[in-house]
Ligand binder design. Structure first.
Ligand SMILES: [Zn+2]
Length: 348
């Protein structure tokens, strides 16, 4: 069967193989035919050779951690043939650590977890894959065109769950949320903010292209000025750019008792002038919390599936700005400035 692969650490090794083996039954009882795979910055980093790890005993890593497929067979009866399904990306470490032992693999303590399409497990960019029931997330049939957004939605579902939990340290009645960055993660974070009934603000440098209208369709106010020039202090900030100046300004901008969740991964290596004492003073005197959030566990994937089912499916569809047939795979992995989410289409 066909599969999109790289040799981790070897730039330019991206290939569409025609003779990749069928998924082994020990990968899971549920056999799935691929419908779509979403592409994000992690895939590009792997293709450029900066990241990624092949499964033990092989050179090749199948790409793809943002999945959508259709169940072919499930002898366990967990799902039915024809059901839409996505595969959970991360699997717990084999030890396991205290968090993985209770299903909190997103909080793994020893880093020995594995991840489909990233670290030690074949990805979902192949025509057929298998999954164990506990890593299979069923999707509402109406999500056929947009269910591939489940993985990025799971990431923001975790971020929002942790914001809610941190808020419970005291009486907590947040009114306003600022989302910095209007890429797929930022817009999905804004969707979940709007589903919580918050007044949503989205900030991004882009003044043209689809981002302002996509934020507007959620009822969010769109901003393109620097964070420190905003004329209000948000109760919650979800930072999705990873841009150092935006991160620092966000940490200083939160309201009293405010919570700042960092989700963007910076490249690092550049230094900027920054008044650390002023930041410390603000955080202490305002009871602010700044925390990082990555990945998602089963509970977050299920919450994300609910959030997508409740969302406007036409709005979700407009986040997918390009659908590229599998045969034209190289084009899918070449970012273009107007992209929000690019999807590899296994049915075209
Ligand atoms: Zn662990």
């Amino acid at each position: 069967m066909r599969a999109v692969t790289v040799i981790p650490g070897v730039p330019g090794s991206l290939r569409l193989l025609d003779d990749y083996p069928e998924p082994a039954t020990d990968e899971g009882a549920i056999l799935v035919e691929a419908l779509a795979v979403g592409i994000c910055g992690t895939d590009i980093e792997i293709i450029e050779g900066h990241y990624g790890e092949a499964p033990p005993g092989t050179d090749h890593l199948v790409l793809g951690h943002e999945s959508l497929g259709r169940v072919v067979e499930d002898p366990t009866g967990t799902l039915q043939p024809g059901d839409l399904v996505a595969g959970i990306v991360r699997h717990p470490d084999p030890l396991p650590c205290p968090n993985c032992a209770v299903g909190e693999w997103d909080m793994c303590r020893n880093g020995m977890f594995t991840e489909h399409g990233i670290k030690g497990l074949p990805g979902f960019a192949r025509q057929r894959w298998r999954v164990q029931p506990r890593f299979a997330v069923g999707l509402h049939p109406a999500l056929r065109e947009v269910g591939v957004l489940l993985e990025p939605t799971s990431v923001v579902a975790k971020a929002w769950e942790h914001i809610d939990r941190i808020g419970q340290r005291a009486e907590w009645q947040p009114q306003t949320a600022l989302i910095t960055g209007a890429g797929p993660i930022g817009l999905l974070a804004a969707l979940l903010a709007s589903q919580r009934g918050l007044a949503v603000h989205v900030l991004d440098l882009a003044t043209e292209g689809p981002k302002p209208a996509l934020a507007g369709a959620l009822g969010a106010t769109y901003h393109s000025e620097p964070v420190d020039q905003l004329d209000f202090e948000p109760d919650i900030i979800v930072e999705c750019t990873g841009a150092p100046v935006v991160v620092l300004e966000a940490m200083c901008k939160a309201a009293l008792n405010g919570i700042v969740c960092l989700t963007g991964v910076s490249t690092g290596g550049r230094t900027i002038d920054f008044d650390a004492g002023a930041l410390n003073r603000t955080l202490v005197l305002e009871n602010n919390v700044v925390f990082g959030s990555v990945n998602a566990n089963r509970r977050h994937w299920d919450a994300a599936a609910d959030a997508l089912a409740r969302a406007d499916h036409a709005w979700l569809g407009s986040l997918i700005t390009r659908r590229v047939p599998l045969s034209d795979y190289a084009r899918a992995y070449s970012p273009s400035p107007d992209d929000i989410k690019v999807v590899l289409d296994f049915t075209a």
